[in-house]
Design a protein around this ligand. Structure first.
Ligand code: ADP
Length: 643
């Protein structure tokens, strides 16, 4: 019988992920009895260290992309958004309240404070937040600069003093965003999300009352009115997004525009870091975007959470988060079982003598260097699969030339890749990219195949490629500014209190300096819309609705939706093209601008289906998208006439 997929949780959490995966038939990784790399998904609340990205094996996936700190730490986000506002010259980047990073920006803040003060307009309020804390800790609101006191790095931000209220209560929206890939940028937003209320009525004359001004659950669940039945809001402090949609329907508002603006916020925020995130096709990440809507129905980005809380505090949490994690696993496109991982383990047993014969010409497999031999001595005895029953053979004293486990497994895995992965013609790939190849630097087929699977920053790949060619490097690849900051980010996951440790290891960026420009597109066409395929033998992929996963001019289009995840980027043929090779941010901004103005055009009504059909020949119909947000998300082509 095929072995189950295996998940590994850091620090025993989050419990919800464990529950969902066990229900889906996965097995939990057991450190005592399993080898160090014998898992399919590793989930952590905090950051992975660089070696964990480098050493990933083809069947392994991580729940974080490298280097997303640029949006998940408050000061980095403020800096990146400021940069984009300055360089894009676009009014699109007007969705985050003006922010100053103190102490550095103190003079600039003072100038702005004085300017507004002297203008004698309406009162201006500010909110001060420590850059490396989350869940409302250390936050306060002030009007007068004499109340600004801080003893660590903080951001001081314009306080949105006229938020949209529901029966007098302030709220914000927790939007769940999945970045399935940064190269090419592929983004999904979940239809369900949370609305988080403060538990006392909003009042600007009591700035110190955090239960009236902050919407963090971690604060409000300790408030005196948490359990009280509050007008319209009800008990507790959370709604589901569906309930919020009902509320919107009861108001006279241009709903489509609100949703599209939130879509824009997500895309524009991700664009600030997308070019500098190293390509790592085995990663999928869930972010929590916190959005505040003001009285004019303008959404504002407050922050991006690195590890959105997955604790179940109330019914709304249960309804939203369980489905969310199930859909996320579906997005990861796993097969029912992982025969690649399984066979890799089996083969090392069956082909032991061959490995010995080839000892000196072995191929190095990233990751296996970390194998801790003592683990094998405890190995897998209780497990049921045939491979585990055979594993003890590896330790027989008669094993020739004292080959250790690490070596035998390396060879086994290499052999397995050679036999089971599709042949890759590197010359063809190089030629297609118009590069000269030094054919004297021959490589084994194994190397090529590994490169394809492991992506451009596997060590094998980087060094081989670098030796061979490529004088010119992509500018962003060279750029590792801001990447050495402490990666303490906004994660409101209460189960992972510990902030990210700073590993003493080399930054990923420094090790991928030498990835050539074209390397980023490696394997990016066709299959690149999916995670690296786990070779599944006769097993069919589970529950992946492939509607919309069509080819457009030879390029694959990711599915419109997977469960309740709606694809929001790329959203049309132009943005698909603009994200294929080096990300063309300018084109993407133009397309977003066009889309938003079309939706905002006065008197714009949803088009009837027959009207849409008439235009079929005019639109690149292979590629339509859904508008994330409304209850039954309409196709974008239904929302407006193509330009
Ligand atoms: P944390 O990471 O500590 O949760 P946030 O930036 O999310 O920090 O802020 C916590 C809460 O404070 C938000 O949920 C929101 O209710 C409120 N808040 C934060 N920034 C602003 C702002 N600029 N204007 C109005 N309210 C804000």
């Amino acid at each position: 019988m095929a072995a189950s997929l295996v998940f590994r949780l850091h620090d025993r959490g989050p419990e919800l992920v464990r529950e969902v995966l066990l229900e889906r038939g996965w097995e939990e990784y057991d450190e005592e009895h399993q080898a160090e790399e014998d898992w399919n998904l590793y989930w952590r609340g905090s950051a992975f260290c660089n070696s964990e990205y480098h050493n990933l094996l083809p069947w392994q996936r991580l729940n974080h992309h490298p280097k997303t700190v640029g949006i998940t730490r408050k000061d980095c986000l403020a800096r990146n958004l400021r940069r984009m506002r300055a360089t894009s010259g676009s009014s699109l980047y007007d969705f985050s309240p003006t922010a100053f990073i103190l102490p550095n920006d103190y003079t600039r803040f003072l100038a702005e404070y004085n300017r507004l003060h002297l203008a004698r307009g309406p009162a201006v309020y500010w909110i001060c937040k420590p850059v490396d804390l989350s869940r409302g800790r250390g936050i306060f609101i002030f009007e007068n600069i004499k109340d600004l006191v801080y003893d660590c790095s903080v951001i001081v931000q314009r306080y949105i003093s006229k938020p949209l209220l529901i029966s007098g209560y302030k709220f914000d929206l927790r939007i769940y965003v999945c970045v399935r890939s940064f190269h090419p940028l592929t983004v999904y937003i979940h239809q369900e999300g949370l609305v988080r209320f403060s538990t006392e009525k909003y009042n600007l004359s009591s700035l110190h009352n955090l239960y009236a001004h902050l919407t963090n659950t971690s604060i409000n669940k300790f408030g005196p009115f948490y359990k009280t039945e509050k007008e319209r809001v009800g008990q507790g402090c959370k709604w589901t997004m569906s309930k919020f949609r009902h509320f919107l329907h009861s108001q006279d508002i241009t709903e489509l525009l609100l949703w599209q603006r939130i879509n824009n916020i997500v895309t524009l925020t991700l664009l600030t870091i997308a070019p500098s995130v190293p390509s790592c096709p085995n990663c999928v990440e869930l972010f929590g975007f916190d959005i505040l809507v003001d009285v004019n129905f303008k959404p504002w980005l407050l922050e991006v959470n690195y590890s959105p809380a997955l604790t179940l505090d109330c019914q709304a949490d249960i309804t939203v988060k369980k489905r969310l994690i199930n859909d996320l696993i579906d997005l990861m496109n796993y097969t029912l079982s992982d025969s690649l991982r399984e066979r890799a383990y089996q083969r090392q047993v069956c082909r032991q003598p061959c490995f010995h014969a080839n000892h000196r010409s072995r191929v190095s497999i990233p990751g296996l260097s970390k194998v801790n031999e003592s683990k094998y001595q405890k190995r897998r005895i209780g497990r049921q699969s045939s491979q585990t029953r055979m594993l003890p053979l590896l330790r027989t004293p008669r094993q020739p030339e004292k080959m250790n486990h690490k070596e035998s497994r390396q060879r086994a895995l290499a052999t397995d890749y050679q036999r089971h992965l599709p042949p890759v013609n590197l010359n063809k790939i190089y030629a297609a990219r118009g590069r000269i190849i030094n054919t004297t630097a021959t490589k084994t087929h194994t190397n090529k195949t590994l490169n394809l699977i492991l992506g451009p920053h596997s060590r094998t790949n980087v060094s081989d490629v670098n030796r061979q060619t490529i004088p010119a490097l992509a500018p962003w690849v060279m750029d590792n500014r801001s990447l050495h900051v402490s990666e303490v980010t906004n994660h409101d996951d209460t189960e992972t209190e510990a902030e990210m440790e700073l590993s003493g290891e080399t930054d990923v960026s420094s090790s991928i300096h030498d990835i050539p420009q074209w390397g980023l597109g490696f394997g990016r066409s066709a299959e690149s819309w999916r995670l690296p395929h786990i070779h599944s033998g006769s097993h069919r992929p589970v529950q992946i609705p492939l509607e919309g996963n069509t080819a457009l001019n030879g390029q694959n289009v990711p599915p419109l939706r997977v469960g309740d995840f709606i694809r929001t980027f790329p959203f049309n043929a132009a943005t698909l093209r603009a994200s294929q090779h080096q990300l063309d941010v300018k084109i993407i901004l133009q397309e977003l601008h066009k889309l938003t103005s079309q939706l905002a055009a006065p008197g714009k009504k949803m088009r009837r289906e027959e009207e849409v059909k008439k235009d079929v020949l005019n639109v690149e119909q292979d590629f339509d998208s859904l508008l994330w947000g409304p209850k039954d998300p309409p196709l974008l082509s239904q929302c407006f006439r193509p330009a």
